[in-house]
Design a protein around this ligand. Structure first.
Ligand code: FE2
Length: 183
């Protein structure tokens, strides 16, 4: 049941992935910070990935390409199209043992300004697959399930607490992906 709301789609071509990586290579990457809602605090850890907001030029391409698959996602499940907007895609770059700890996507930081809503769908797109480790896993009803993507593929899932997920440590090479939230 939980698995049926996780969908894998083909979003970008290999050439688009390479262009996106190349064009953001020399940008000023920051460090991922995450928030523990229970204690209302944000944290930063050495093993967390580097992050960067996607340039709007590429962001618009991603939004355009996502529209039909997102409509289909809701159609296929007999739901209205619930997503009004998508957040600016954010890269996560993992090297040398970097990892993303278990978490759920109850993202508050999107809504600390003028934006109003709640995260409804998480869309995570892998840009390269020439690395080792770095497996993307959900905890579904207490069972860890690995989802393997190829470069250019996206995973779509509901951004709720039923879908804890993590990225295992990257052991070789560099793993690049980007996330956008539908709200
Ligand atoms: Fe996440």
């Amino acid at each position: 049941m939980l698995e049926s709301y996780i969908e894998k789609i083909d979003l970008l071509s290999e050439a688009e992935c390479l262009d996106i990586i190349e064009e953001h290579k020399n940008a000023s990457w920051g460090k991922h910070r995450w928030r523990q809602n229970a204690v209302d605090t944000t944290f930063e850890q050495d093993h967390d990935p580097s992050v960067l907001e996607m340039d709007p030029k590429w962001g618009h391409l991603v939004f355009k390409k996502l529209e039909a698959p997102l409509r289909k996602y809701f159609d296929d499940r007999g739901q209205d199209f619930l997503v009004k907007s998508l957040s600016v895609p954010r890269f996560n770059k993992y090297v040398d043992g970097q990892t993303m700890d278990w978490h759920v996507d109850h993202i508050h930081s999107l809504f600390d300004g003028n934006l109003k809503g709640i995260p409804i769908l998480s869309i995570n797109t892998l840009l390269n697959d020439d690395y080792a480790g770095g497996e993307f896993c959900f905890n579904l009803d207490g069972k860890e399930v690995v989802y393997t993507l190829s470069a250019g593929q996206s995973l779509i899932w509901p951004s709720v607490f039923l879908y804890p997920h993590h990225v295992r440590p990257v052991t070789k090479g560099e793993r690049q992906a980007f996330i956008t939230w539908g709200f």
